[in-house]
Unconditional design. Structure first.
Ligand SMILES: [Zn+2]
Length: 145
């Protein structure tokens, strides 16, 4: 089966251990995600693409309870949309990333819990190609969910 990333340059794919791609400022060390050509802190254009940490902690989260408006390109319709959790994940010493969370029950989540980057199917094209996106999954004693 063919799998393609939802956008180029967002995460390493295909990969057994995917990583988000961010930018690091060569002048002041500020990280950004996604990559951007100029540093938001010092304005330097000495930004280099780097692989970000694949583990972090859940900084905050909210439930997306209604179907997102365009340009959202997910497979759901108003009828079958079940809701999902959107979170902010703090990658230690790097940056806070806005991301989908794999756990859809907010009662299973708590701020500060460890989370792990995963790459998951987002939608399937008519030709069978799977479009992959990134998400973060809670890490529990029994492993990554
Ligand atoms: Zn900078």
């Amino acid at each position: 089966m063919t799998q393609v990333p939802i956008a180029e340059g967002v995460f390493t794919w295909p990969s057994d251990a995917p990583r988000l791609l961010g930018a690091r400022c060569g002048e002041c060390g500020t990280h950004t995600f996604p990559t951007q050509p100029g540093c938001p802190r010092c304005g330097s254009e000495a930004m280099a693409t780097v692989e970000l940490a694949d583990r972090g902690t859940l900084f905050t989260f909210t439930t997306q309870g209604f179907l997102p408006k365009e340009p959202y390109t997910g497979p759901e319709t108003e009828e079958n949309f079940a809701g999902f959790v959107v979170g902010y994940v703090e990658l230690p010493g790097e940056v806070i990333v806005e991301t989908r969370i794999t756990e859809s029950d907010p009662a299973q989540l708590r701020i500060g819990m460890p989370v792990q980057l995963v790459v998951v199917p987002f939608r399937r094209e008519p030709d069978g190609t799977e479009v992959m996106t990134y998400a973060f999954a809670p890490v529990t004693e029994s492993g990554v969910r």
